[in-house]
Every structure is written in structure tokens, then in C-alpha cells.
Design a protein around this ligand. Sequence first.
Ligand SMILES: [Zn+2]
Length: 377
Amino acid sequence: MRIDFITIFFKQIRYQVLIIMLIIVKVCLFSNVYAQKEEQYTLKTVVIDAGHGGKDPGTNGKVAKEKDIALAIAIKLGTYIEENIPDVKVIYTRTTDVFIPLSERADIANKNNADLFISIHLNGNKDSRAYGTETFAMGLHKTKGNLEVAKLENSAILFEEDYSTQYEGFDPQSAESYIMFSFLQNTYLEQSLNYAAFVEHEFKNKALRKSRGVKQAGFLVLWKTTMPSVLIEAGFLSNPREERYLRSTEGQEFIASAIYRAFKDYKAAIEEKSHFITKIETPEIQEDTSKIFFKVQIASSKNSVERNPESFKGLENVEEIKINDIYKYTVGSFTNYTNIVNYKKSIEKFYPDAFIIAIEKDGKLIPLNEAININQN
Ligand SMILES: [Zn+2]
């Protein structure tokens, strides 16, 4: 009897061991699957580029030099990221008052496999009343004003000795030189515009600056970067009031923390965290000379629907167009077809069946082919 009992006891233990082993195997398999699911893109490295430096002062205010203010904001931004998101590696193109060629700034980002390149600048204008912030992605300018900003910033290469070979004969002052940007295939345009929209959103809503919007122009410093890249004009040093604000520690902290929060939100968005939906915003690109606008139709209804983000999966700036007693709901508004295609991709996750429509200024729907032809000419 005793022996039997011991045998049964060991048998039971063996069963238990077997069950435990099975559980371990199962957990391992399961966590393996889980681990595969978790394996997703993470933003690891950011390059922060303080514009100008050394012999190139950038734009001058009455007192302030662009190179100093840009550096102060850049270092504050980097510090916020390092303190609050320690997993992210912060690389600066400069931390002191030194001259660095534009192409070298892009090289630094490329060599470090950066996930995002943020170039920080301050604006200048002959008209001292001009004020506010604007954030640029690489591309062909849509307005003369945007071209002027790019001309001013690209003139930094005139401080470089071999600029004409380094930039393939590019003349920063000649409008013709900028035509090459219209043929540019910009793989990272969509993400660059997304981050730019986050930045302008923060400037406007948290730092309470006047946002002049998200724009595109041909900036040499963004030209050869191989990652999403933006150039931020954080305000006008030519405007005395704005210069005062930008010179103050408080002003610089507001600007840097707005760029930081935009970074945090953008990072979460591309890593597909939940608050992407509530934060995505339509980039407001200046293109009001055109008569036809491309928009993305996300929904339609016989009755008018209240246009708050909650009704539209968190999308802001939803427009309502009434055509033949049907209400159409659209987001985005571009005159450039490529831009609307890119924009559509960015919201496809929420509206997989969304499609592009073309609307004339008077609100009439026109066939897409026709619209593309008209706007190309
Ligand atoms: Zn600049």
C-alpha cells in the first residue's frame, strides 16, 4: 500500500511537472507571438539643428542675432527631450557658436540614421509688422513669400567657399534654381507635413503664437536628408515685439516646449499610439491663388452632422459641402494633387474608403481628371 501510494504520488508529481512544462511552453509561444506584434517602429534618434552660427549670424533683429536665439531654443528643446523621453537619442548639429555648412548638417542626420530632423530658425522681413510662426517641409514653394524665406535661409551657403560645386550650381538668389524642387521625389513628405502640423498646432494653441501655417519651400538644409525633416521659423526678429519675446528666456522656453510637445505627439502618432486620432490636423498650406481645391471626402449624409472631432474619428477642420441635397464631409484642401494624395494616405487608417474630390471655389464639384489638368497648367 505504502509503495503504491508513493508511486501514485510520484506519478502525480510527474503529471504536475508535465503540466507546468506545457504551461511554460505555451507562455513562451504566446509571448513570442506577442513579441512579434510588439515589434514596430520606434523613433530613436532626433537631430536638432540650430540654424546658422559662427561667421553666419543669420537674420538680425535690433539686438538679437538669429544664430544665438536658434541655438538657445535648440538646446532647450534637446534638454526637454533628454529629460522626458530618455530613450530618444538627441544629436545636435552644433552646441556652440560655430559655422557649419548646410550640407554637413544633413550629413550629420544621415550618418546617425536620425528618425527626424528639426532645423530651428528665426524669420526676417522688410515689413517689420510681419509676425508669427511657420513650419516648412521640403518642396516647391506655393507663394512668393515662401520663396523669399527659402532664399534668405539658403543664402547661408554664400559663407561656404565651394558652394557652387557642393550644391550643384545652385544659386540661392535665382528663382530658376528653385525649379529643381518641383521634380523632387520626397519620400518623407507626408511625415514631414505631419510633424510640421503638430508643431504649428502647439505654437498656436499652447504657446499662443500666431501660426502662419504649414508650408513648403526649397530649403537646401532639408534637401538631402533621408528622414522626415522640417524647418521651423519660430518668429520674426524683424518685428520688435516678437524679437523681445524671442530674446526672453520665457519666450524661448515656450517655443522650445511647444516643439517638444509636438515631438512627443508625433512620436506617439507614428508609433501608432492611441492619441494619434485626436491629434491629427489638416496641414494648412497656403495656396489661395488657385480656383480648384482637392479635398478628401470621408463621409456623406442626408442630414447635416455636427462637425466636431468626436463625430469624425478625431479629425479636425472637417468641412461640409452640400451638393444635390447630400451633405459631403471633407478634410484637407490642396491645389496640388500630389499633396492631397499624400494627405489622403495619412488619414486612410481612419477612413479606408475615403476618396479625393475636386471642388471649384464656388463650391461646385468637378470631375477629378479635369481638375488635375486645370491645376497643372
Ligand atoms: Zn535662418
